[in-house]
Design a protein around this ligand. Structure first.
Ligand SMILES: *[C@@H]1O[C@H](CO)[C@@H](O)[C@H](O)[C@H]1NC(C)=O
Ligand SMILES: *[C@@H]1O[C@H](CO)[C@@H](O)[C@H](O)[C@H]1NC(C)=O
Ligand SMILES: *[C@@H]1O[C@H](CO)[C@@H](O)[C@H](O)[C@H]1NC(C)=O
Ligand SMILES: *[C@@H]1O[C@H](CO)[C@@H](O)[C@H](O)[C@H]1NC(C)=O
Ligand SMILES: *[C@@H]1O[C@H](CO)[C@@H](O)[C@H](O)[C@H]1NC(C)=O
Ligand SMILES: *[C@@H]1O[C@H](CO)[C@@H](O)[C@H](O)[C@H]1NC(C)=O
Length: 437
């Protein structure tokens, strides 16, 4: 009996996961109170101008949400032909700070946390505002990350702005990275008077400006890093993901001009096979690779771009590792059948690691970033976020479709155990970023 139950639950949860990543990213812009957004017509104009994005350097047809493959063959293992000398191992960057800030524990601290008030932040997303959407317990806002053997630099918004003076800071990635970007805006906006800040939404790139610091904090939607048919942040498809493994140009044309870049990519590779459409492939023939192979190709393309374009004396680049999910409570409490719903406390077992954080992917990422050690830093959020089964919105967020009676009777069935409530866990990711800047 138990077995049967589990079998029917797994695909359901996969569908839910799918649903969240999709819907979450689809509707983000509608929910916002961006001042420049007067009506939906503006929104449509922005959305549709995207379709005329310029073709890649090989003059192949750019991928968009209407792209499809004429036929699909199995991936034959080929890699893009990057300059070989660029992919040799890099010398490790010297670290004067020997403390491992990623190893530690969560400490309850309701005097210094939260670092901002959910309802005061004008950029808060309805997907992440858990208290507003009825979450009754607030303890998830009160945890401080305490590394073993040292302290994180104390968060100070004014000091952060001084570091950003005259600079562009850009987050590039998926909805998890967007959550970190919103957290950063909420952490920083309160010290800027209303008339000195503005936000310009532009579907692929959203820009927050702080006039007196001549600084911007931007978010670029690029869930697969390379060019893909999912590059429209509003209308994209997850059912058939097609990517161009040898082209980051669509996104990288912006990266060039940015001073501090923060990348992530993970969950979009965990939804089954991905189609590859190489620049020089004729007649719409695609190859199909599994998610890990495809992610490695994308990471190689990204790494190659970093190698060729980043002077570490002038620019800072960070890669944020996989954000954990809490879809199966049996992983932290044997014999239970739930997920993150109703979880109110972090996990205390320091060895805890959930099955959602794929070890093979982590090893692949380790390999790629090790080749870039002198040029990038890793913000290794995985282990510290693993502990935070209490940090997800579960049912306390805006849902875009109404719940069925069946769902309402079983809140677990529609809980979001992927994204993170704000204030909350992503604030700490940003404190770590502040620590390293
Ligand atoms: C902090 O938590 C303690 C213990 O739960 C409680 O007694 C205290 O009132 C709380 N303080 C604030 C400022 O919320
Ligand atoms: C957040 O701000 C609102 C309005 O300014 C206030 O009513 C509320 O008590 C604040 N919440 C916290 C936790 O400080
Ligand atoms: C933040 O840093 C500024 C400038 O270094 C300092 O004047 C201020 O007191 C600090 N604020 C806090 C809350 O520590
Ligand atoms: C503002 O910052 C940009 C770089 O982001 C720089 O090119 C420009 O010169 C700066 N302007 C002023 C007035 O400092
Ligand atoms: C798919 O095949 C059709 C018919 O052979 C062709 O006209 C079309 O250009 C192909 N699509 C791509 C993307 O090459
Ligand atoms: C991140 O930390 C985990 C352990 O928590 C480690 O296994 C992994 O290699 C680290 N990854 C990177 C890219 O530093």
């Amino acid at each position: 009996m138990m077995n049967q139950k589990k079998k029917t639950q797994l695909p359901l949860i996969a569908i839910i996961l799918f649903f969240f990543i999709f819907v979450a990213s689809t509707v983000f812009f509608n929910e916002h109170r961006f001042q420049q957004f007067h009506h939906n017509q503006d929104f449509d104009k922005i959305t549709f101008s995207l379709n005329s994005s310029p073709p890649g350097k090989f003059n192949s047809v750019a991928l968009d949400r209407f792209s499809s493959c004429n036929s699909t063959v199995k991936y034959n293992g080929r890699k893009a032909e990057w300059d070989v000398h660029l992919l040799q191992s890099d010398k490790q960057r010297e670290h004067d700070d020997m403390c491992d800030v990623f190893s530690g524990r969560w400490v309850f601290d309701n005097t210094s946390y939260p670092l901002y008030n959910e309802s005061d932040c004008p950029y808060m997303s309805d997907q992440l505002a858990c208290h507003k959407h009825g979450r009754p317990d607030l303890e998830y806002q009160y945890w401080r990350w305490q590394p073993h053997g040292c302290n994180l630099k104390r968060w100070n918004a004014t000091q952060m702005w001084e570091k950003l003076r005259g600079k562009r800071l850009m987050f590039v990635g998926d909805s998890l990275n967007r959550g970190q970007w919103i957290s950063m805006l909420c952490l920083l906006e309160s010290v800027i008077p209303a008339e000195k800040k503005s936000i310009t939404p532009n579907a692929p790139l959203t820009i927050f400006r702080a006039e007196e610091y001549n600084a911007t904090i931007e978010f670029q939607w690029a869930p697969l890093l390379v060019e893909s048919n999912s590059d429209d942040p509003v209308n994209h498809r997850l059912d058939e993901r097609i990517m161009r493994p040898d082209s980051v140009l669509r996104h990288a044309s912006e990266w060039k001009h940015v001073d501090i870049l923060i990348f992530n990519s993970y969950l979009w590779w965990r939804q089954g096979p991905v189609k590859l459409s190489w620049s020089n492939q004729k007649n719409g023939v695609c190859e199909e690779a599994d998610g890990l192979e495809a992610m490695e190709l994308a990471m190689d393309a990204w790494a190659n771009w970093i190698r060729s374009n980043i002077n570490p004396m002038k620019k800072k680049v960070f890669f944020v590792t996989m954000s954990p999910t809490h879809l199966w409570s049996r992983e932290w409490e044997a014999g239970t059948e739930g997920n993150c719903y109703n979880e109110k406390l972090p996990i205390e077992d320091e060895r805890y690691w959930g099955s959602g954080s794929d070890l093979a992917t982590m090893r692949m990422v380790d390999n790629v970033v090790n080749k870039l050690r002198s040029r990038i830093s890793v913000i290794n959020i995985t282990q510290l976020s693993e502990y935070r089964k209490d940090g997800h919105p579960s049912i306390y967020r805006k849902f875009w479709e109404s719940r069925t009676a069946e769902q309402l009777a079983n809140p677990m069935s529609y809980s979001d155990c992927i994204h993170w409530c704000l204030p909350g866990v992503p604030d700490v990711w940003n404190e770590i970023l502040f620590h390293f800047l």
